[in-house]
Design a binder for this molecule. Structure first.
Ligand code: SER
Length: 391
């Protein structure tokens, strides 16, 4: 099943159960939202989870592109992507958690044909403020799915304040032999679907108050599910990432870890530019800048003549089409190339500055500050330009 078929199966399953499909938003949250990028499917729906009536009703389903920078350093492993898509469902004060979990179980096992014995659930075990989630526990026990109880790992919030609640996560076994151990103790259990019983709001002082309605918010990582259904061992094996691997390998002859990082960051950078973000020293533009510069650092480590100008046209087009973005592919390439030139000039300048006798030994905090404030050289760049020197 390719990702398009997965999206169709998912949305039709929930449409048959009274959900209306809503259009996903771009990566850019609304202007009054303090976060830089949309990090989960619920994000654009926050006002409706807090009680505002949604024009399409109380049962919704969609696919939402998301960007998570907290995982930037984990990219290159087999389960994390910077930009990814999340399939989501919402009950806005309509049905309760156990029904959502039961539908989730039905879709995974019957709709997607996953062997029930390969599933494991986790459930909120309770803390000093909120009792254990016995409703979810009971549902999983009735379905014969093993459950692990946790505390922090089964509490979901989008930030320090705002809607939050206990969650129940569904994991799939990806190991070779029969399932063993539990999700928190073995990363061969891969989390695919999170069901959040979003009933509380956390206030600035840390206290919890009930939301005006009892919601359910679920999110399923599309590329992770596609990987498992397609028999892959890494998200980079799924059908939306495979078209990236072969051409980039032919172009730049990268080792496995570098190839994963370059595929992820370049694809993510294109999506971000496609949502009209430009490289900058702050905010969203800085995230974009970091993505592009991390790619270039990796490429130039092997061969300084590598250039993003060689990125195949089909990859840019394929990505714009996949994310339903209207930008001109040539504009995206131009944006990448301009950033490449800026970074090339900065590196050249950085090397000249760092060759000064003053910077020969261990750098002090004031040196880093000076290099940053006077020469625009961030700490990680300085460190990458002096790999043999003490830090
Ligand atoms: N908000 C939850 C998550 O992002 C479920 O959608 O995991």
């Amino acid at each position: 099943m390719n990702t398009e078929q997965i999206v169709r199966t998912f949305t039709e399953y929930f449409e048959e159960r009274g959900h209306r499909r809503i259009t996903g938003s771009t990566l850019l949250p609304s202007p009054d939202d303090p976060v830089l990028f949309t990090t989960s499917g619920m994000h654009p729906l926050t006002p409706y989870l807090e009680g505002r009536p949604h024009p399409q009703g109380r049962r919704l389903v969609n696919v939402q592109r998301c960007l998570r920078t907290t995982d930037l350093d984990e990219v290159g492993d087999t389960t994390h992507l910077t930009v990814f898509e999340m399939l989501g469902t919402w009950s806005l004060g309509d049905y309760e958690g156990p029904l959502s979990l039961d539908w989730g179980y039905g879709l995974l096992t019957e709709g997607f044909g996953i062997e029930p014995g390969l599933l494991h659930a986790t459930v909120f075990g309770g803390d000093d403020r909120t009792g254990p989630d016995t409703d979810s526990l009971k549902l999983w026990q009735e379905r014969g799915v093993p459950v692990e109880l946790t505390v922090e790992d089964n509490w979901w919030s989008n930030g320090p304040v705002g809607p939050c609640g206990p969650d129940s996560e569904i994991f799939l076994w990806t190991g070779d032999g029969p399932p063993e151990s539990t999700p928190t103790g073995d990363d061969r259990w891969v989390e695919v679907w999170n069901h959040v019983m979003m009933r509380h709001r956390r206030l600035g002082d840390g206290s919890l108050v009930p939301l005006p309605q009892r919601n359910v918010d679920t999110g399923l990582g599309l590329e992770r599910l596609a990987t498992v259904l397609q028999g892959g061992t890494s998200v980079f094996d799924c059908d939306v990432l495979v078209p990236w691997r072969r051409p980039l390998l032919d172009l730049w002859q990268l080792d496995d870890a570098s190839l994963r990082l370059v595929c992820d960051h370049l694809r993510s950078a294109l999506v971000v530019i496609g949502d009209r973000v430009h490289p900058a020293n702050t905010g969203r533009g800085y995230v974009l800048r970091r993505l592009v510069r991390r790619v270039l650092t990796r490429l130039w480590r092997d061969d300084p003549s590598h250039s993003l100008g060689d990125l195949p046209h089909e990859l840019i087009q394929h990505t714009l089409h996949h994310f339903r973005q209207q930008s001109d592919p040539d504009d995206l390439r131009r944006e990448l190339l301009e950033e490449e030139r800026r970074f090339g000039r900065l590196l050249e300048h950085g090397r000249r500055v760092l060759a000064r006798p003053r910077f020969r030994g261990r750098l002090k905090e004031e040196d880093f500050r000076y290099l940053h404030d006077t020469h625009g050289l961030p700490r990680d760049l300085v460190q990458s330009l002096r790999p043999q020197c003490p830090v």
